[in-house]
Design a protein around this ligand. Structure first.
Ligand code: CAA
Length: 267
């Protein structure tokens, strides 16, 4: 599928990895309605695309990942417009979270407001040394509207999440690493290559096992432990209706590399 008509996103596919770059450099890649629409379209195509095993999100330029939701589009919103904008943002974040493929956020600069919320919807975050995270919405008379009040406190200790939301503080990459928001901090010029290297490590695993492991983790996250464990048991068992466990375990016992069956996705 071609995405050459997109105005605010660049989509590049290489070796089973789709890199989606937010590309509105004049507005530090801020998320306006058009960008969110384009993003939803790319994600919906990606979830059906068996040739894509991993997705990486990043921002264009060296300054920003995404500097937030577009402030111009919220400036004069009324109740219904504000609700529709928040709903649109949530639809995109939920689609990322529920994508069958793992999604890595390669945060290459400012990730504020909607930018931090976008990163929070990804499976994990790698940050460049110049990355800045934060939920500064209260300084604008707003609250996070694309999931920040909910996902931040599920990602970092609850007191940290509350302090970030209530003070609107901006934190640097090393602090994001310290509180568990980011998994790695890298020099800017090593950020994307490292994200792609991790993507290739994921690609060496059983794509089906990775997909259902993600689904079990996402679905179980907010459930009581025993209900989450039930999801794990049924997911574990269901894998045995595929050829993946047979190939993986046989390869181990025969001391060879596994050759897992190709991914299939519903189109
Ligand atoms: N929306 C729209 N435009 C934005 C923007 C945003 N979120 N962030 C930056 N821009 C624009 C600026 O208006 C500026 O445009 P002009 O050149 O036309 O004036 C351009 O990008 C460059 O920005 P700056 O000149 O401000 O660059 P800087 O280096 O001085 O500062 C910055 C960088 C600290 C990221 C600063 O731009 C900033 O604070 N941006 C806003 C960050 C923010 O508050 N994000 C949260 C938005 S609210 C939200 O996201 C709500 C939600 O959850 C739904």
């Amino acid at each position: 599928m071609s995405f050459s008509d997109l105005k605010n996103l660049l989509v590049e596919d290489n070796d089973g990895v789709r890199q989606i770059t937010f590309n509105r450099p004049k507005a530090l890649n801020a998320l306006n309605k058009d960008t969110l629409n384009e993003c939803k379209r790319v994600l919906e195509a990606t979830q059906k695309d068996a040739s894509i095993d991993v997705v990486i999100l990043t921002g264009s330029g060296e300054k920003a990942f995404v500097a937030g939701a577009d402030i111009n589009e919220m400036a004069n919103a009324d109740l219904e417009q504000a609700r529709a904008f928040a709903q649109q943002g949530h639809d995109v974040m939920n689609t990322i979270e529920q994508l069958p493929q793992p999604v890595i956020a390669a945060v290459n600069g400012y990730a504020l407001g909607g930018g931090t919320e976008l990163a929070l919807a990804c499976d994990f975050i790698y940050a460049s040394e110049n990355a800045v995270f934060g939920l500064p919405e209260v300084s604008l008379g707003l609250i996070p509207g694309f999931g920040g009040t909910q996902r931040m406190s599920r990602k970092v200790p609850i007191g940290m999440a509350r302090e970030l939301v209530m003070t609107g503080a901006k934190i640097k990459a090393d602090e994001a690493l310290r509180i568990g928001l980011a998994n790695k901090v890298l020099p800017l010029d090593a950020l994307l290559s490292t994200a792609h290297k991790t993507a290739q490590t994921i690609r060496k695993q059983s794509s089906l096992a990775v997909e259902v492991a993600k689904k079990a983790m996402v679905e179980g996250h907010d459930l009581p432990l025993q209900q989450g464990c039930e999801i794990e048991i049924s997911t574990f068992a269901k894998l045995f209706t595929s050829d993946h466990p047979k190939e993986g375990t046989s390869a181990f016992l025969e001391k060879r590399k596994p050759n897992f069956p190709a991914t299939t996705r519903k189109s």
